[in-house]
Design a protein around this ligand. Structure first.
Ligand code: FDA
Length: 325
């Protein structure tokens, strides 16, 4: 029923004029330009959040198109440094050519990660759909094996494989392992993923527990109370938390601009009060800031990929008290 309703809203939204979609998406997308993103971050700096910046646009059809992302992310690095922002980069591996030519994609990502390294800046590889799960993880392992360690990827709790990925990748990377863990936005098939809300939450929480035990840096990306509450309890059990050193004997020394072994991450425009409450309680919070000319394509594709977002967006508009930016 909810699904049908969500699909109906998606059907209506994609027929609406661009200005309408922009009106809805401006809460979630900083704007078309890098200046817009900087302005949003300057505003949110007041709540002592830190940031990760995403240049909108994903899978490309020719390798030449990756040049745009390479150049734009160089501008982002420069803007972070010039504006003295506590921010790092989030990139989509397919925008760098990973699905067209693995080696060329890897070379593009490596060149960006090296540029970021010059400024002691971290690069997070967002996780896209199942076609690139293995290759995205492999890029991170290969870069670490080449001595480039300011890079990590995202893991999706809904995938069956993730719990084993945590064990095997952490074995390879040791304390340098650093993950963002989320439920996963792509609606994958039941052959490879959990598909009910309850099972996805349980699996994601299991991954969070495994990450804590493994000694990895843990970035929990969720706005969902059962995930956040579980994380808070699990951290407490592990002796971790605000103003405490990471007591795990198998973890790495804290990196510049990272929390004591963990942080919380949320999307721009979603559940601001919860984010501010976590910050007020002393936890490190990072806001995901998407910007770019492709805001329209991004918004429509996100809705198509996961129609339940449409219901959440409608709820945020119609019942603003339930979900303030
Ligand atoms: P859930 O979807 O149940 O949301 C909980 C509540 O939060 C909702 O009830 C609603 O109130 C609010 N909410 C959540 N999303 C909303 C929205 N868009 N609009 C309005 N309200 C909303 N996925 C992936 O596959 N690869 C990736 O690399 C990333 N990266 C990533 C980074 C960051 C910083 C975050 C926060 C999330 C991601 N994700 C992701 C997306 C993630 O997998 C997941 O789809 C979303 O975070 C939504 O899941 P929640 O855990 O928030 O629960």
């Amino acid at each position: 029923m909810v699904n049908l309703f969500s699909r109906m809203i998606v059907g209506i939204t994609i027929r609406m004029p661009r200005w309408f979609v922009r009106w809805i998406s401006r809460r979630y997308v900083a704007g078309p330009t890098l200046d817009d993103a900087v302005k949003v971050m300057k505003r949110l700096e007041k709540e002592q959040a830190c940031f990760t910046i995403d240049v909108l646009g994903e899978e490309i059809s020719t390798l030449g198109e990756a040049t745009f992302f390479l150049e734009e992310y160089q501008r982002v690095i420069k803007a972070i440094v010039e504006n003295n922002l506590d921010a790092n980069l989030s990139i989509k591996p397919t925008a760098f050519g990973l699905l067209i030519d693995k080696e060329a994609g890897m070379a593009n990502i490596e060149s960006l990660v090296k540029s970021a390294e010059e400024h002691d800046m971290y690069v997070r590889l967002d996780m896209e759909d199942h076609r690139v799960t293995q290759d995205t993880i492999q890029v991170v392992i290969d870069l670490h094996n080449n001595g480039i360690t300011n890079v990590g990827c995202v893991l999706q709790g809904r995938l069956f494989r993730t719990i084993d990925d945590i064990k095997s990748v952490t074995k390879e990377l040791g304390p340098a392992a650093d993950y963002r863990i989320c439920k996963g936005i792509y609606l994958e098939s039941e052959d490879i993923s959990y598909t009910t809300r309850a099972a996805i939450i349980t699996a994601t929480n299991d991954c969070i527990d495994e990450l804590i035990v493994s000694g990895a840096y843990l970035a929990v990306a969720s706005h969902d109370h059962p995930i956040i509450n579980h994380t808070l309890k699990a951290l407490e059990l592990a002796g971790m938390g605000p103003n405490k050193e990471d007591v795990r004997t198998n973890s790495a020394k804290p990196r510049k601009n990272k929390g004591p072994g963990y942080e919380f991450q949320m999307l721009l425009g979603v559940r601001g009060p919860l984010r501010r409450k976590l910050r007020k309680d002393g936890h490190r919070t990072r806001v995901y800031i998407p910007y770019g000319e492709k805001w329209y394509e991004y918004s429509i594709r996100r809705l198509r990929e996961n129609p339940t977002i449409a219901t959440q967006v409608m709820k945020a508009i119609l019942m603003p008290w339930s979900n303030r930016p």
